[in-house]
Write a protein that binds this ligand. Structure first.
Ligand code: 8YV
Length: 320
C-alpha cells in the first residue's frame, strides 16, 4: 500500500524526521521558512496530512481553499489557536495536538521568566556583557524575592500544574483560577478562585497558562492589571494574544507592575519594540518547549497521532 503523503511544515529533530520518512511519503520545507498563506494552501492541497507548528495559521479561508484532500492536521504544539477548529470540524478534517510532553519544559521557562523578571536577570546580564559594570553597592540592582510569595496560576491545565509544583519548591503559596476546580490530588493544597479577578487580587506573581480561546483574548488589560497587588510580576509563556501589550507597557512604565517575564508576544517572530525598550522585562523568543528531549517527544507524539489515524484508530490527542 502506498504511504500517506505528509507535509512537515518546519524543520524537526533528526530522529523525528527519520521516523516520518520511514512511514510516510514526506514533503519538507528545506529552508525552514514560515509559509505564506498561498504556499501553505498549495502545499496542503498535495498531501493527505500535515504536521504543522503554531507558525502556520489554518484559518477558515485556508481550510476551505485547501479543499477535501487534506484529512488530518497533526499539530506539533499543545496550543491549537492557530487552527480554526470549527472550520476544521465542518470540513471533516481531524485535528490533534501534543499535550503533556511539553509541560516540564514550558514550566522550566515559566520559572526562568519569573526569576529573570524578579531578580532583574536581563538588566544584569546586559550590564556585564556591555562592560558597564563599574559600580557595586548593597543598594545596587535590588530585585524582588519570590520565596514565600503568592503565585497565581491563570489556567491550571498540565503546564500550570507543573509550574505550580516548581513554584512550591520556592515556598510559594499557590493560588489558581481554572474553568473547573481540580480534584484534591491535582490541587495539592492550591487555593481555588472562581474568577480571574479574585485570583489577580492576591497574585504577587501571576503566571498565564490558559489557551488563547476567543474569551481569553486580552484577558490581561488595563482593568485587570490594576487588580494585581502593587509591584506584582507578570509571567507569560502561553500566548501573546492574552495580553493587551499597550496596557502592559503602561503598567511597567509607571512601576505599578514591578516586572514582566515574557516568552510570547502578539507579534511573532519579532516581539514588541515598546516592551523591549523597557528595563524591567525579561524576554525570550517563544522557546517554552525548545529542549532536545521535548522536541523529540513532541515530534513522536504528532507521528503517533498520524499513525493511529492512518491505521483507522482514534488518535490519542484528537481535538477535532
Ligand atoms: C511551540 C507552543 O513552540 O505547544 C505550543 O503550543 O507554542 C510551542 O510548544 C511550537 O508550536 C512548536 O512547534
Amino acid at each position: 500500500m502506498a504511504k500517506p503523503k505528509l507535509l512537515i511544515t518546519r524543520k524537526l529533530r533528526p530522529a523525528v524526521e527519520e521516523r516520518a520518512a520511514r512511514d510516510y511519503d514526506v514533503v519538507t520545507n528545506p529552508d525552514d521558512h514560515v509559509f505564506t498563506e498561498a504556499e501553505l494552501i498549495a502545499a496542503c492541497r498535495k498531501v493527505d496530512a500535515v504536521l504543522p507548528c503554531h507558525s502556520e495559521r489554518f484559518t477558515a479561508g485556508v481550510i476551505a481553499a485547501i479543499g477535501p484532500g487534506l484529512k488530518i492536521i497533526a499539530n506539533h504544539s499543545v496550543g491549537v489557536d492557530h487552527v480554526d477548529l470549527a472550520a476544521a470540524r465542518e470540513a471533516g478534517v481531524v485535528v490533534t495536538n501534543t499535550p503533556d510532553v511539553l509541560s516540564d519544559a514550558t514550566a522550566e521557562i515559566a520559572i526562568l521568566c519569573m526569576l529573570g523578571a524578579a531578580r532583574r536577570g536581563a538588566e544584569g546580564d546586559a550590564m556585564v556583557r556591555a562592560g558597564k559594570w563599574d559600580f557595586w553597592s548593597p543598594a545596587f540592582m535590588v530585585g524582588r524575592q519570590v520565596t514565600g510569595k503568592r503565585m497565581g496560576i491563570l489556567g491550571m491545565g498540565r503546564v500550570g500544574q507543573v509550574t505550580a509544583d516548581r513554584a512550591r519548591g520556592f515556598g510559594m503559596e499557590i493560588h489558581y483560577h481554572n474553568r473547573r476546580r481540580l480534584p484534591d490530588h491535582l490541587e495539592k493544597g492550591a487555593i481555588f478562585h472562581d474568577t480571574p479577578e479574585s485570583l489577580l487580587a492576591v497574585s504577587d506573581v501571576l503566571s498565564l497558562h490558559c489557551p488563547a480561546t476567543p474569551e481569553n483574548l486580552g484577558i490581561i488589560n488595563a482593568r485587570t492589571l490594576a487588580l494585581l497587588p502593587e509591584r506584582a510580576i507578570l509571567v507569560n509563556t502561553a500566548r501573546g494574544a492574552l495580553v493587551d501589550e499597550d496596557a502592559l507597557v503602561d503598567a511597567l512604565k509607571s512601576g505599578r507592575l514591578f516586572a514582566a517575564g515574557l516568552d510570547v508576544f502578539r507579534t511573532e517572530p519579532g516581539g514588541n519594540p515598546a516592551i523591549a525598550a523597557l528595563p524591567n522585562v525579561f524576554l525570550l523568543p517563544h522557546i517554552g518547549s525548545a529542549t532536545e528531549e521535548t522536541r523529540d517527544a513532541m515530534g513522536f507524539r504528532a507521528l503517533d497521532n498520524l499513525d493511529a489515524f492512518f491505521a483507522g484508530r482514534a488518535p490519542g490527542d484528537r481535538v477535532v
